[in-house]
Design a protein around this ligand. Structure first.
Ligand SMILES: [Ca+2]
Length: 197
């Protein structure tokens, strides 16, 4: 499945590149090669292209109190379908019931990847959250690589520095929003990670 998605992505990128080349050629027909425009194009081509990184697994991540955070629903956050979702336990208070400092969703990439940016499609909001990256699925091994406040709906976060690790956590901090049913909980419809393998 991951290989198929990657092949489709590569095909789309190659198609767009080919189309861009054709259009570029037609635009530049008759122009003198070696102009400043060509040099600028060459510079753009040298930038590393990001690929979509496919998680191998997902689970609720609740290291401070240990009980499960709907890990059975976690695959819904990486199934490519915005209509399916993972959510935390419902809490009676927005500060995780006063029980802990945070809770999150952990993604296992199967091998270390170099993460550049993350797009998260949240259910409702607002959320304060961090993106944490590390080589072990333990709180002490996961380093905050980006943070956002007041996020709602779909949000893209670009890491200040590309960060390498096998595990990526979307970590809710501060308070969770009301779920409309009398409780407070975090909801993620979809996460997409981009970077290099
Ligand atoms: Ca989904």
């Amino acid at each position: 499945m991951g290989v198929v998605a990657l092949l489709v992505f590569v095909a789309v990128v190659l198609g767009a590149w080919t189309l861009g080349s054709v259009m570029s050629d037609s635009n530049e027909a008759g122009s003198d090669p070696g102009t400043g425009e060509d040099q600028q194009q060459a510079s753009t081509d040298n930038e590393p292209e990001l690929v979509v990184l496919e998680p191998q697994g997902a689970a609720g991540f609740n290291p401070e109190t240990g009980d499960d955070e709907h890990s059975d629903k976690a695959p819904n956050a990486i199934d490519g379908d915005p209509s399916t979702r993972w959510n935390t336990t419902g809490y009676a208070q927005p500060d995780f019931g006063g029980l802990k400092s945070g809770v999150g969703l952990i993604l296992d990439m199967g091998e270390p990847v170099e993460l550049h940016e993350v797009t998260i499609d949240f259910g409702g909001g607002p959320y304060d959250f961090e993106v944490r990256v590390g080589d072990q699925a333990e709180q002490s091994a996961l380093t905050p690589a980006a943070a956002e406040s007041g996020a709602s709906g779909e949000v893209t976060v670009r890491l200040a520095e590309p960060t390498t690790g096998q595990y990526v956590v979307v970590w809710f901090t501060n308070e969770l929003p009301p779920d409309g049913g009398g409780a407070y909980r975090g909801t993620i419809n979809e996460v997409e990670l981009r970077g290099n393998t």
